[in-house]
Design a protein around this ligand. Structure first.
Ligand code: NAG
Ligand code: NAG
Ligand code: NAG
Ligand code: NAG
Ligand code: NAG
Ligand code: NAG
Ligand code: NAG
Ligand code: NAG
Ligand code: NAG
Ligand code: NAG
Ligand code: NAG
Length: 585
């Protein structure tokens, strides 16, 4: 039987994806009580771990992730930065997937097509990321593709983020009540609170993270800011951080003593363990652009411990940049992140071979954000005066079932001069267009934006209002391509996107509070021609909800079922077969 299946696989006409190996994973989301900042609180663990386990895949792998929802509320998991070619059905946001009900499981099936890099997953609904549920994803290069640096001696994950001792449900209630969630209670590093570097600021008995290294080596640090909204300055005492990759593209390698990582962003740094280990060293992630002693505690401190270390870290933390009122240094640092155009990415041709700077722009969207506003008595966050109203059913499922009135395609392409509204309004974007999006931040804090399904070129950033003349300052040669970017308060960021991936793709604020209050939309990109570049069909096991709820078969959820695939070759093969058929469609 196995042999038959294997030969069936080999006989399939569409070999390219069928031949790519399949990786299976089970992720079980459940509550757990932990005390990262010293007080017991309920967090979201994955497979019992907080943060969750890492997903280790290689370019072009087919990935099946069976997500089990042991929470008491709906769950969707999104794979931030994974591009889901023509396959938004697996993207795990409310406009593309029906939620996985409590006690149910759902298997995401996607291919990490033509990608490399450091990404992360997280629960996308109901402010859950504020309680955890996140973990790293690594997409390794294929063996035949060289990486633009010597093979590191090890990979180290560092997950940083601001943290509240309240649960996501309590924080949600605060936001729903029109209030600000206030100053975070701390910063966690790999789910742990700070090392007691100061007895006034850090109580005794907090479990802190220790990163163990050997002297004379080079490690690849994959750092992700999974927090709610705080921009963090990341630094390691006495060590340089050699920036090497961000969100799937290799950068010009540059040393930094400290680096700003904003909410939702991912970076790889190469760390040389070249110090004499007279002591351990502090690893710090501290709140950026804030003022006042209440923010002192919003500092994550972990320990870099050499195997030949002579003693504990002590004394003051390495200082942050001294410029809280002038984000110019930070913006210049961001602008210095450029793509290494001679390095190969996922394919054996240089990643900079796409000459984006000489392509004519087909459409411009000027998207402005302002501080939250009151609309019909509710405090909401907007883009161009529109606060997103979540749909009752995913957009393309609605299209397939000819449901009308689920959404509109009238998202304004510039700020409106009228009262803000709450609406399910999407951007009607043109397939194969090459668009410019200018993000104008009239809010008072750094705002971060992420686009699913794509990488975009970050071509410009400045303070003040964007104008057509600003285009003269764009980087048209080696702008970094990534999927999340910051926009400084009182400033703008311009991105260019080649719209080659069909589907409805979420464009959202990565500041979780703003996102929760409606600062998002979707871009609907449909190929008008039936030429093989259309979207994939929904998977057979697609979930139904809202007006399509009665199409949903009930799921038998006996609690004993753990893994459908674990070690079961036949089932894996069957799945690969389905995946193959799926890919060929
Ligand atoms: C991840 O997968 C790659 C390729 O299969 C392997 O070489 C590497 O050791 C794995 N990493 C870890 C930490 O397991
Ligand atoms: C999990 O989900 C998949 C499809 O989404 C299904 O085939 C499988 O039987 C489910 N059940 C368990 C217990 O994993
Ligand atoms: C860019 O990539 C090339 C090719 O891998 C590598 O040799 C070079 O060192 C990299 N340059 C910089 C400045 O990072
Ligand atoms: C600890 O932090 C407090 C409050 O910021 C500060 O006043 C004190 O000087 C610090 N102590 C040391 C030893 O640095
Ligand atoms: C970065 O700093 C390290 C020392 O920490 C040094 O060995 C390396 O040559 C520097 N690399 C670049 C590109 O500046
Ligand atoms: C190790 O380096 C530190 C600072 O770089 C220096 O102060 C210290 O004297 C050195 N210790 C030894 C034993 O070389
Ligand atoms: C923080 O801001 C207040 C008011 O803007 C100012 O009075 C105070 O000096 C600032 N504190 C620091 C440490 O800069
Ligand atoms: C871009 O637009 C210019 C006019 O603005 C035109 O001359 C040129 O041919 C266009 N290039 C392409 C590749 O379409
Ligand atoms: C969306 O844009 C396409 C052209 O790209 C146009 O044909 C269509 O009418 C637009 N739809 C709406 C509802 O505006
Ligand atoms: C930017 O534009 C707004 C209107 O959107 C205007 O009120 C403001 O004065 C402008 N700021 C600058 C620096 O020109
Ligand atoms: C926001 O816009 C208003 C006027 O529209 C302007 O007065 C204010 O300076 C702007 N603030 C920021 C942070 O851009």
């Amino acid at each position: 039987m196995v042999t038959t299946l294997l030969s069936l696989l080999l006989l399939l006409p569409c070999l390219s994806s069928a031949a790519d190996p399949t990786v299976n994973a089970d992720l079980r989301f459940s509550y757990k009580t932990l005390s990262p900042l010293g007080l017991p609180q309920r967090v979201i663990a994955v497979n019992g771990d907080f943060p969750g386990p890492f997903i280790n895949v290689t370019t072009n792998n087919n990935v099946n992730v069976n997500v089990h929802n042991d929470l008491d509320e709906d769950l969707l998991v999104t794979w931030s930065g994974i591009q889901m070619r023509r396959d938004a059905w697996e993207d795990g946001v409310i406009g593309t997937n029906c939620p996985i009900p409590p006690k149910w499981n759902w298997t995401y099936q996607f291919q990490v097509k033509d990608q490399i890099g450091s990404f992360f997953y997280f629960p996308s609904l109901n402010f859950q990321r504020a309680s955890g549920g996140f973990g790293p994803i690594v997409v390794n290069n294929r063996n035949i593709i060289p990486i633009p640096f010597a093979q590191p001696d090890g990979d180290i994950f560092i997950i940083i983020g601001d943290w509240y001792t309240q649960t996501h449900t309590a924080l949600r209630t605060t936001l729903d009540g029109g209030k600000d969630i206030g100053i975070p209670d701390g910063v966690l590093i790999n789910g742990k609170g700070p090392y007691q570097y100061n007895t006034t600021l850090v109580p005794a008995g907090i479990d802190y993270e220790t990163i163990r290294v050997d002297p004379g080596k080079t490690y690849r640090l994959r750092v992700h800011n999974v927090g709610i909204s705080t921009s963090l300055n990341f630094r390691i005492q006495n060590h340089n951080l050699l920036l090497a990759e961000t969100e799937g593209h290799y950068t010009i390698q540059t040393n930094f003593t400290d680096f700003d990582i904003h909410a939702g962003q991912s970076y790889s740094f190469l760390l040389s363990t070249d110090q004499n280990a007279s002591t351990d060293y502090y690893i710090v992630a501290s709140a950026r652009f804030v003022n006042g002693s209440a923010w002192d505690r919003v500092t994550g401190v972990a320990i870099l411990h050499y195997s030949n270390s002579q003693g504990k870290a002590s004394g003051p933390l390495p200082p942050p940049p001294d410029d809280i009122y002038n984000p110019g240094y930070s913006m210049n640092q961001a602008k210095s992140v450029r793509q290494n155009t001679s390095a190969s990415g996922a394919r054996p041709n240089p990643q900079g071979s796409f000459h984006y700077g000489s392509i004519n722009i087909t459409d411009t969207y000027l998207l402005q954000v302002v501080p939250p506003v009151t609309i019909k008595g509710n405090v909401r966050a907007t883009i161009n005066g529109v606060s997103f109203n979540k749909p009752s059913v995913p957009f393309r499922l609605a299209d397939l079932h000819k449901l009308r009135g689920i959404y509109k395609l009238d998202f304004p392409s510039k700020p409106m001069n009228k009262a803000p509204v709450i609406d399910t309004s999407l951007i009607n974007a043109t397939y194969k267009g090459f668009i410019e999006i200018v993000l104008q931040n009239n809010d008072t804090t750094v705002q971060n934006f992420h686009l699913d399904g794509y990488s975009f070129f970050v071509v410009g950033m400045d303070f003040g209002n964007w104008s057509e003349n600003s285009r003269g300052s764009y980087n048209k040669w080696d702008a970094i391509s990534r999927c999340t970017t910051q926009v400084y308060p009182g400033g703008w960021t311009a991105i260019l996107i080649s719209l080659d991936n069909v589907g409805t793709w979420n464009l959202r604020s990565e500041n979780l509070d703003r996102w929760f209050l409606g600062q998002e939309t979707y871009m609907r990109i449909v190929n008008p021609e039936e030429n093989g570049e259309t979207e994939m069909p929904p998977p057979d096991h697609v979930l139904y909800c809202g007006p399509l709820k009665n199409l949903q078969k009930q799921q038998n959820h006996s609690s004993s079922a753990v893994s459908a695939f674990g070690g079961n070759l036949l089932l894996s093969l069957l799945l690969a077969l389905f995946a193959a058929i799926f890919m060929c469609n």
